[in-house]
Design a binder for this molecule. Structure first.
Ligand code: BGC
Length: 371
C-alpha cells in the first residue's frame, strides 16, 4: 500500500512540475451571503483522490443557490471557503497508478462520503441513508466540490460515463437522485400486491423531467404537473409521450399509483396526499420552505394516508447502486431529448449569471472546457 502511495506522490509531483500550482475555482464562504468568487486556489491535494480530472462542466441546482445565499453548506474543517458544485463532468488527465480508469475517460464524481463512525448504513455502502448525519458531501458539506479547473477523485467514488453522452453526462448526478426515488417507490410498493400503472410527477424542473423520462423507460403511464402553461416544459413532457397538466393536483382527473413530488410546495404536497390512489406511494424529493397557509392540517393529511394505506417517503442523495443504474438510465434515454434539458451554458467567469434563474431555465451548466 505504502509503495502505491509513494508512486502516487511521485506522479503528482511530476504533474505539478509542468503545471502551475494554482487553478481557478468558484468558491463561497458558507453561511456568509455575497462571498461567492471565481478565484485562484491551490491545485487539489493527492489526498482528495488518486485520479486527476480536468473539469468539463458542472450543473447548477437549487442547493448551490441556497449555499450562495448563505442558507446551507459547510466549508472543509479549518478552511474558510468551500469550492461549490456537486453535479460534475470531467475528463481524466491522470488516472493514477491503479484505478481502472484511463486518460481521456469521461467521469462524474459521487457526491456523498460515508460518515467516519460509520453508522450501520454507511458501513454497508448506503451512505445516502446515513443515520448520524456525519456524512460529508462534495461541494455541499465539508469537502470541496467540482467547480474548479481540475479536481481529484478516489477511484471508488468515480463513475465512468458512456462516451456517447458527451456533455449530457453532467445530468448524471440529478439522474441518481431520481433513480433512487423511483427505486424506493418500487421497494415500498412491494409491501403488498403492487402493479403500478400510473405515476404523477409534480414539478417539471430537471428532477421532475428526468423522473418522467425514467418512469417512461420503466413502462409507466406518466403524467407531469407544473405551473407553466406553455413553453419548453410542456413540450418536453409531450415529446416523451407523457401527459402534461397545469393547475391543481386535485384536478388531474385520476388517482395515481405513485407520485414523485419535486416541488417542495406545501399545497402541492397536501393535494398529492388527497389525490393519490389507495395503497399509493408519494415520494418527496423537493426541499421547500414555508407554505403552511392553505394546506390541509397535519391530522387531515394523516387521516387521508391512514384510510388509503398510503406511504409518504422522503428521498435524498444516492448510493453507488443508484449511480450505476442512473448511468444506464441516462444512456438509454433519447439523447436528443436530454440535450433539451440543458437550456443555458455559462462560462466560469459568468458563474453569477448561472446562479440566477430565469423562467425559461431547466438545467443551467457552467462549462469549463469542451467535451
Ligand atoms: C444533492 C444531494 C444532496 C442534497 C443535500 C442535493 O442537491 O443532489 O446529493 O444529498 O442536496 O445536501
Amino acid at each position: 500500500m505504502s509503495s502505491i502511495i509513494d508512486s502516487e506522490e511521485k506522479r503528482s509531483k511530476s504533474f505539478k512540475k509542468d503545471s502551475s500550482h494554482l487553478m481557478k475555482a468558484i468558491t463561497v464562504e458558507p453561511k456568509n451571503p455575497g462571498t461567492e468568487k471565481y478565484m485562484e486556489i491551490p491545485e487539489p491535494e493527492l489526498t482528495a483522490g488518486s485520479i486527476l480530472v480536468e473539469a468539463i462542466a458542472v450543473g447548477v441546482c437549487g442547493t448551490d443557490v441556497e449555499i450562495v445565499e448563505g442558507k446551507y453548506g459547510w466549508a472543509p474543517p479549518g478552511q474558510k471557503y468551500l469550492v461549490l458544485g456537486h453535479e460534475s463532468l470531467g475528463r481524466v488527465i491522470d488516472p493514477g497508478a491503479v484505478s481502472g480508469f484511463k486518460k481521456g475517460d469521461l467521469v462524474v464524481g459521487i457526491v456523498r462520503r460515508p460518515d467516519p463512525v460509520p453508522c450501520p448504513n454507511c458501513a454497508v455502502g448506503e451512505w445516502d441513508m446515513c443515520r448520524n448525519g456525519q456524512y460529508t458531501e462534495r461541494g455541499i458539506k465539508e469537502i470541496h466540490g467540482f467547480m474548479s479547473e481540475r479536481w481529484r477523485i478516489e477511484p471508488e467514488f468515480a463513475i465512468k460515463v458512456d462516451p456517447s453522452l458527451g456533455i449530457l453526462g453532467v445530468l448524471l448526478e440529478p439522474a441518481t437522485v431520481v433513480t433512487k426515488a423511483l427505486e424506493h417507490i418500487a421497494v415500498t410498493g412491494r409491501r403488498s400486491f403492487w402493479e403500478p400503472q400510473t405515476v404523477l410527477v409534480t414539478g417539471a424542473g430537471p428532477i421532475g423531467l428526468l423522473a418522467a423520462c425514467f418512469a417512461k423507460i420503466y413502462g409507466l403511464d406518466v403524467h407531469v404537473l407544473d405551473r407553466a402553461v406553455w413553453g419548453a416544459k410542456p413540450d418536453l413532457v409531450r415529446a416523451l409521450g407523457a401527459t402534461y397538466h397545469s393547475g391543481s393536483v386535485l384536478d388531474i382527473g385520476f388517482e395515481p399509483d405513485a407520485i414523485v413530488e419535486c416541488t417542495g410546495v406545501g399545497q402541492v404536497i397536501s393535494d398529492s396526499i388527497k389525490q393519490i390512489g389507495a395503497n399509493g406511494i408519494i415520494c418527496l424529493t423537493g426541499i421547500g420552505h414555508g407554505g403552511a397557509s392553505g394546506s390541509a392540517s397535519v391530522a387531515e393529511i394523516a387521516a387521508a394516508a391512514v384510510l388509503k394505506n398510503n406511504v409518504v417517503v422522503g428521498s435524498v442523495n444516492a448510493n453507488k447502486r443508484h449511480w450505476y443504474k442512473a448511468a444506464q438510465n441516462l444512456a438509454r434515454a433519447d439523447h436528443n431529448w436530454l440535450s433539451r434539458l440543458i437550456t443555458r451554458k455559462e462560462s466560469p467567469e459568468n458563474f453569477k449569471k448561472a446562479l440566477q434563474r430565469t423562467p425559461d431555465d431547466i438545467k443551467v451548466i457552467i462549462q469549463f472546457s469542451e467535451v
